[in-house]
Design a protein around this ligand. Structure first.
Ligand SMILES: O=C(O)COP(=O)(O)O
Ligand SMILES: [Mg+2]
Length: 228
């Protein structure tokens, strides 16, 4: 990639970008399904349902379709069960993707401010990042239940820019899905995507982004010094 990005800060997605959390999400989902008398789903299928937060995952898992909806009563019961089970499974099997620590170290060494913006609930996100030793890299974590709207809405991205005092055009977003790219674009922020995460079953090169990077370690060489 020839393009360089003048960034003073970065916003990085969690599930499918920093951590491979599909197995833990599947364990939480399948424990919820078992409680409701439903059969378990394969990890690959649950991974396709990840991206728009826990509520959407629950609707998808119970209808086995990306845009299926269940009634509000069942959804409430299923969500309560999912959160209860996922609290136990969160972090049990997940792993840090290759290049993540290297990329975060190099971005910090360049003086970038770093935020993790995720659709995973705040409490689960903070405990997971801490358990995996990634929390110290981040100045800020914005979970999916922290603000009135989540990705693909630009609100969490703009919230971080405001808190950092950095213009969106002087930030870089890094994610694994259309949700990340749409949120970044709508916020006026350049966005790079990784090809190894979850994009609701669609390939990463189909995402409307400014480029695909094999890992986070490929990001720092694409940055250039910027003025605020
Ligand atoms: O929890 C989800 O649905 C996805 O979370 P992410 O925004 O970290 O990819
Ligand atoms: Mg993601």
């Amino acid at each position: 990639m020839n393009r360089r990005f003048p960034a003073l800060g970065a916003i990085i997605d969690l599930d499918g970008t920093l951590l491979d959390t599909a197995a833990d999400l599947a364990a939480g989902t399948n424990a919820m399904l078992a409680e409701l008398g439903r059969p378990p789903l394969p990890v690959e299928e649950v991974a396709r349902y990840v991206g728009k937060g826990g509520e959407v995952l629950v609707h998808r898992a119970l209808t086995r379709s990306l845009d299926g909806r269940i009634d509000a009563g069942l959804a409430a019961r299923a969500m309560e069960a999912f959160l209860r089970h996922y609290a136990r499974e969160n972090g049990a099997r997940c792993r840090i993707y290759p290049g993540v620590v290297e990329g975060l170290e190099a971005m910090r060494a360049r003086g970038l401010k770093l935020a993790c913006v995720t659709n995973k609930p705040q409490a689960f996100s903070e405990s997971l990042l801490a358990a995996k030793g990634l929390a110290p890299y981040f100045d800020m974590v914005v979970g999916g239940d922290r603000l009135p709207r989540r990705k693909p809405d630009p609100l969490p991205m703009l919230h971080v820019c405001e808190r950092f005092g950095i213009e969106p055009g002087r930030m870089i977003a890094i994610g694994d899905s259309d949700n990340d790219a749409a949120a970044a674009r709508a916020a006026g922020m350049p966005v790079l995507v990784v090809p190894y995460g979850y994009n609701e079953g669609r390939p990463a090169d189909a995402i409307d982004a400014d480029g695909v990077v094999a890992s986070l370690a490929e990001v720092p060489p694409l940055l250039e010094d910027a003025q605020p």
